[in-house]
Design a protein around this ligand. Structure first.
Ligand SMILES: [Zn+2]
Ligand SMILES: [Zn+2]
Length: 442
């Protein structure tokens, strides 16, 4: 959520803390709905302070970037150096063309940097979509990797986060994968891409300068025309227009060959600076939020249906958000995982949706009994799911229930006993088998 504020571009706003507070409050209240205890106000306050402290660095770093770009005092200070170098050049007898070329290059630096960063981010995203095991397939494949990682780490809290907030969990998994990939492949893949994109852009800019020079020499020698031609040729690559140079007088620029030579030379320095300022941190910080590789991948993977099964919490696998037709999922889970218990008992359900819909069991909802066989008759969300009887289950969830039986019992204050006794054959699955089973079924 903090990242989506895009503070480096939009600046810090006092209302963000209010938005965070509301969000956290809602999550705490949502949590309270499912449990039998009440959380004190102090708890909420502590959670809030903890989160804000942890986010402090991100907010500060991003705000610093924003200030550097927008604070008039900092801006003027930066300009001082810029103007001084122009002044120096004038004193040394540089011609108008040379000075104008110099100014154009200074104005080009930031658009070049953004363009290189953006293009690199896109190339990296494409590369991850084909090279990164978890990201090279569809959402089911991604989910398989998420489940594998959860099983490998054996962290109950992470599992619960995945079960109750699947979308958040997907997002943070993608962010972790991307940042891991960028760190691992920085010198072998990220840097070469930056180099390549810098090189390509440099050639394009030089070509645009050459062609603009030819253009004005054939027509009439006018710097305004030169600039128009130059910016138009780069309009697909750079966010840069004639307006960026408004107020810079170019009436006495006539030597266009010199102008193009100056640009060619100065570009080398600019590209060198961009290259040397590039690192893992600046890459993600300076890059506009919506072009970050993790955001592109989140867009790709997370715009889909997230409705969870009413009986077990498994997420619908339909690739379209708000799709028509029934929700469905290949593998339902053990119902006790979301705290489902048998009527009038404290026994967690040790069965799976696809089995119960074939059984003679009933469920009780709004003062009425319904057969699981005819669950759709309960109407509402029940009628929107297609759950077909099936015996092919994912050993993964059976292993999970056995492995975390105590945690689940404590979490829900209910037990897998009597009617909810875990079948003995579930206990035979090892962690390795649980992980392997994911390979087989997805
Ligand atoms: Zn289910
Ligand atoms: Zn759905």
């Amino acid at each position: 959520m903090i990242k989506s504020f895009n503070i480096s571009k939009m600046g810090y706003n006092i209302s963000y803390i209010q938005q965070l507070t509301d969000y956290i409050k809602k999550r705490v209240t949502d949590h309270e709905d499912g449990v039998k205890y009440k959380l004190k106000n102090e708890f909420f306050r502590d959670v809030l302070v903890f989160i804000c402290k942890r986010a402090n660095k991100i907010i500060n770093d991003q705000n610093k970037l924003f200030r550097e770009a927008s604070d008039p005092a900092i801006y003027v200070k930066k300009k001082r150096k810029e103007y001084y170098s122009i002044f120096q050049k004038c004193c040394n007898g540089a011609t108008s063309a040379a000075i104008w070329g110099h100014i154009i290059c200074q104005k080009l630096k930031e658009p070049i940097e953004q363009s290189v960063y953006k293009k690199t981010a896109r190339d990296l995203t494409d590369e991850m979509r084909s090279n990164c095991e978890s990201l090279n397939g569809n959402r089911s494949n991604l989910e398989k990797h998420i489940l594998k990682k959860l099983a490998e780490e054996e962290d109950f809290d992470k599992y619960m986060n995945y079960i109750y907030n699947p979308r958040d969990h997907f997002k943070s998994f993608i962010r972790d994968e991307v940042s891991q990939y960028i760190t691992d492949k920085f010198s072998v893949s990220v840097l070469p891409k930056v180099e390549e994109n810098i090189e390509l852009l440099q050639q394009k800019i030089i070509k645009a300068a050459n062609e603009s020079t030819e253009h004005v020499q054939v027509n009439r020698e006018d710097a305004g025309l030169w600039l128009k031609s130059f910016t138009q040729q780069l309009s697909d690559e750079l966010i840069f227009s004639e307006k960026d140079l408004s107020g810079v007088n170019h009436d006495d620029v006539h030597d266009f060959n010199l102008l193009q030579d100056v640009i060619k030379k100065e570009l080398v320095h600019i590209m060198h600076d961009i290259r040397s300022e590039f690192n893992t941190e600046t890459f993600l910080l300076k890059l506009d939020y919506k072009f970050r590789p993790d955001e592109l991948l989140i867009d790709h993977f997370c715009q889909c249906c997230w409705v969870q099964c009413v009986f077990c919490g498994a997420t619908c696998t339909n690739a379209i958000e708000n799709h028509v037709g029934d929700h469905s999922v290949d593998f339902h889970r053990v119902r006790g995982i979301i705290g489902a218990n048998y009527y009038l008992t404290q026994n967690l359900c040790a069965d799976i949706c696809t089995n119960v819909v074939a059984s003679d069991l009933h469920f009780y909802i709004q003062d009425e009994w319904f057969k699981y066989r005819e669950y759709r008759r309960a109407g509402g969300v029940y009628a929107q799911w297609s759950i077909t009887p099936d015996v092919s289950e994912l050993p993964h969830w059976k292993w999970f229930v056995c492995r975390f039986q105590k945690n689940l019992e404590k979490y829900y204050n209910k037990t897998f006993e009597d009617s909810g006794k875990i079948p003995d054959e579930w206990r035979k699955y090892s962690k390795q088998e649980a992980i392997m089973s994911l390979n087989e079924f997805f």
